[in-house]
Design a protein around this ligand. Structure first.
Ligand SMILES: [Zn+2]
Length: 282
């Protein structure tokens, strides 16, 4: 009997190993690493304690991953694969110019369930210096080009760019934030930087990202999915955060959370109610 029992057990172990091997790429190392979807209220706010009084409503040791300046044909797919490997979702603040160049990448980011947000059209480093008309055109054209990329494929044509904006270089102005508020768009700064825009080694990005995240005990973290050093650092940052008991929260606009359980970047587009964003100064 004992021999038969051992055989059964060995068989179960073998089946478990086969099953593990089959699903090794499909299962999460820690299914709880992404803690929840963080609904961002429709009421317009400015978020991120690096510049503003408050941040998003995260718990202690909860991190919101954000990536700016993409999509990039080399780096963005690497970032997406790393995020998939850890089973976590992020928010991508894209530029309209890159969305125009790489619409399939915009669609891919959305298809994988991340939130698509905007970061101007061509990333002038200081919108304030452009003058009012040019600055608001930068914002609206950025959003419209990203939306056009989503609209260009059946899989994503019912998704909308989230009403989230990040100023290029974080160079904001009270006037432009007011203008964004009138368009029902919230402004996002960050709580923890990573310095990945600087010419530093990937290991330094890892070190500084972790140092700053530990210092704020979570919050909005800013990366750039245009930098190979970021793609190299991200797996190490996520692994350490996981080991240290941090969790990832995925931001989703309240507008898109009306369907229970959805983790898609954008809700179905209500074409009747949707008013394309246009600068009032065009
Ligand atoms: Zn930027």
């Amino acid at each position: 009997m004992r021999g038969a029992k051992c055989l059964v057990q060995a068989g179960l172990v073998w089946l478990a190993l086969i099953s593990w091997a089959d699903s090794a790429n499909a299962t999460c190392p820690d299914p709880d690493f992404q803690s929840r979807t963080l609904i961002i209220p429709a009421k317009v706010q400015s978020y991120g304690t690096m510049q503003y009084a408050r941040s998003v409503d995260v718990s202690d040791k909860e991190v919101v991953l954000t990536f700016d300046d993409g999509p990039d044909p080399v780096v963005t797919p690497q970032i997406l694969d790393t995020l998939d490997r850890f089973c976590v979702k992020a928010t991508f603040f894209m530029t309209g110019l890159r969305a125009e160049r790489y619409p399939a990448l915009v669609q891919e980011v959305a298809r994988r369930g991340h939130t698509i947000a905007s970061h101007s059209y061509s990333h002038p480093n200081n919108l304030r210096r452009l003058g009012w008309n040019a600055a608001t055109r930068q914002i609206t054209r950025g959003i419209n080009e990203i939306q056009a990329a989503l609209d260009a494929h059946d899989d994503t044509s019912d998704m909308r760019v989230a009403p989230f904006f990040r100023f290029p270089g974080l160079n904001h102005s009270t006037g432009l934030r007011g203008w964004l508020a009138n368009q029902n768009i919230s402004t996002f700064s960050c709580d923890a930087g990573t310095d990945d825009w600087r010419r530093i080694a990937a290991s330094t990005v890892t070190y500084r990202a972790l140092r700053n995240i530990r210092s704020t005990r979570g919050g909005i973290v800013i990366f750039h999915d245009t930098k190979p050093r970021t793609a190299a650092a991200l797996p190490h940052v996520l692994q350490r955060l996981q080991n240290e008991g941090y969790h990832i929260a995925h931001m989703l606009p309240e507008r898109d959370a009306r369907t229970p359980g959805t983790t898609l970047a954008a809700a179905p587009l209500d074409r009747q109610a949707d008013t394309p964003l246009r600068s009032t100064h065009d």
